[in-house]
Design a protein. Sequence first.
Length: 137
Amino acid sequence: MTGTAMNDLPMKPLTVLLVDDHEGFINAAIRHLRKLQWLEVVGRAGNGLEAIERSEALRPDVVLMDLAMPEMGGLQATRLIKTQDAPPYVVIASHFDDAEHREHALRAGADNFVSKLSYIQEVLPILEQLREQRGHE
């Protein structure tokens, strides 16, 4: 196939698992993300335990993970998700946007960290970059 013919093939959507214990936050994120035709929200989870289970079952490209949740928080869930075969790209989101929380997230294995105060503005460029990288694989 020529390079042009390859580019004409429809790309598989970037798949995302949303993890947050606040239903309103997940619903707002879905409202924004569903506008992106190249992205598909394949699941949602309300805590870290559910996130691990759904990540293993759904095999998303990306997990958008809340930091603080009941039962199991985002840091511990990220550590465990990153041990899965072909683990997803994990973005931790938190209202606590400071160097210490960012450092803890990265040490836990997160690939990126965003503030919940500017969630969509920070998440969209990350997702767009991942989409671009996938297009060139």
